[in-house]
Design a protein around this ligand. Sequence first.
Ligand SMILES: C[S@@+](CC[C@H](N)C(=O)[O-])C[C@H]1O[C@@H](n2cnc3c(N)ncnc32)[C@H](O)[C@@H]1O
Length: 209
Amino acid sequence: MGVYRQRYYDYFSHFYDTFISIHSADKGENARVFLSENIGLQPGEITLDICAGTGSLLPYLGNKVKQEGMVIGLDFSFGMLSAGRPKVAHHNNIFLIQADVSYLPFRDKIFDSVTCSHAFYELKGKTQDYCLQEILRVLKPGRPFFMMEHDLPKNYLIRVLFYIRLLSMGAGKAREILKNEKAFLGKYFSSIEALYTPNTRSKVLVCKE
Ligand SMILES: C[S@@+](CC[C@H](N)C(=O)[O-])C[C@H]1O[C@@H](n2cnc3c(N)ncnc32)[C@H](O)[C@@H]1O
């Protein structure tokens, strides 16, 4: 587990929601609503949100799977999860787990879907491959992985800030992943379709084995 990276995110957790509200004109909410509305989650399903961060997506997912379903928000940063706790406090179908995406602490084939919002490109080096292998292991056969990513910011200043943050994490591959996710995901999934948010600068890649 990357201890220094964990500490980076623990520290960043104090500013993360504020940073996102500056970076994203809609504070990320339209994109999260779009994701939860367009991926066909059904009551009773069990879904896993990896790199859940401060948990902003989780209540939307929890509302879709309803009381009979379950949402697990997983992240390796205790700070990020702690910042997310108030957002899920009133949802007794949402659970937070601290773990690394390279080793998901679940048995095989138990999730109806896996989501990852605005995070995959931040995974370092081989972690991206380990993560995708683990996602395929824990998904029920034929079930989808939904990856939501930013389109690169159009505003020059915001784009510069975005790249500075990527550089601060040493995420050299991140820019390539953002530009060419389909080629990377194609190593693991045979079907990859993109859904584009109408009013935001995010897209959702729907990946199936
Ligand atoms: C940019 S934040 C995204 C948070 C959230 N999904 C959102 O949409 O706001 C990236 C998250 O990935 C988590 N993360 C990075 N590497 C990880 C790893 N190897 N295992 C688990 N979580 C990781 C970080 O702790 C951080 O919370």
